[in-house]
Design a protein around this ligand. Structure first.
Ligand code: NAD
Length: 235
């Protein structure tokens, strides 16, 4: 008999740090090098689409060069071995969870390797550079593709399904996120209100650390596989 029927896992930039991708708030992170208001808002894209495309083209190229790490693989192993349900909600726009094998996965802030057409609404797989002149493979119009990324001021994806998952979960695990951007930062409180056990796995205490009943601090590649192994042993 499994201890947990429904496990929900929230991940952030910290899980991909040891794969070689920058986090946002840590020293040397992405947002120290770029000004957020020039890049990650709909207004910034309307003002200077070339600059925004260039930023995401660089990030898309970076993701191609890196591989999933032991923490991503551990979560895929948990989904495969656990007797109950395991869902991963990621704030990350990289593709490392799916490349490691996670299947029950929601990209709440979008995906770097997709482009959305603002004319026909179609979401296209996009692995190379996206340009202002790129043509939508669905409607053949040019000039209207944007990164399939949730920018500041926009509503995250999958919110309804996420709320359903949180209301049914009995174990909520937060990994590698600073807990400073809503709505994701509020998921731990929601899960706790629904009676779930709450676990934080992070390099250091996050902003919402007091809301977790269990916490392990250290590198994701060490603490995530260790914690997952204890869950699988309990099954
Ligand atoms: P973050 O950079 O805010 O936090 C990363 C967390 O990972 C930190 O708590 C850090 O201690 C931890 N960490 C770093 N290395 C680690 C490792 N090796 N192992 C385990 N943990 C490690 O990233 P986030 O929490 O994913 O950010 C949330 C969202 O915020 C992002 O998806 C992004 O869309 C958005 N964002 C917001 C702003 C803003 O200014 N409002 C700026 C940038 C991004």
């Amino acid at each position: 008999m499994t201890l947990y029927k429904n496990i929900v896992i929230l991940t952030g930039a910290g899980i991909s740090a040891e794969s070689g991708l920058d986090t946002f708030r840590d020293k040397g992170g992405i947002w120290e090098k770029y000004d957020l208001m020039d890049l990650a808002t709909p207004e910034a894209f309307a003002r200077n689409p070339e600059l925004v495309h260039e930023f995401y083209n660089i990030r898309r190229a970076e993701v191609k060069k890196v591989d999933p790490n032991a923490a991503h693989y551990a979560l895929a192993r948990l989904e495969e071995k656990h007797q109950g349900n395991v869902a991963v909600i990621t704030q990350n726009v990289d593709s490392l969870h799916e490349r490691a094998g996670s299947r029950n996965l929601m990209h709440m802030h979008g995906e770097l390797n997709k482009a959305r057409c603002m004319t026909c609404g179609h979401v296209n797989i996009w692995l190379d550079d996206l340009l202002r002149t790129s043509i939508c493979p669905s409607c053949n119009k040019s000039g209207n593709l944007r990164p399939h990324i949730v920018w500041f001021g926009e509503i995250p994806f999958h919110i309804e399904e996420i709320n359903d998952r949180l209301s049914a979960c009995d174990l909520f695990i937060s990994i590698g996120t600073s807990g400073s951007v809503y709505p994701a930062a509020g998921f731990v409180q929601a899960a706790q209100n629904f009676g779930a056990e709450t676990v934080e796995l992070n390099l250091e205490p996050s902003d919402g650390t007091n809301l977790f009943s269990i916490a392990h601090y250290g590198k994701a590649t060490e603490i995530v596989p260790e914690y997952v192994a204890t869950l699988i042993r309990q099954d």
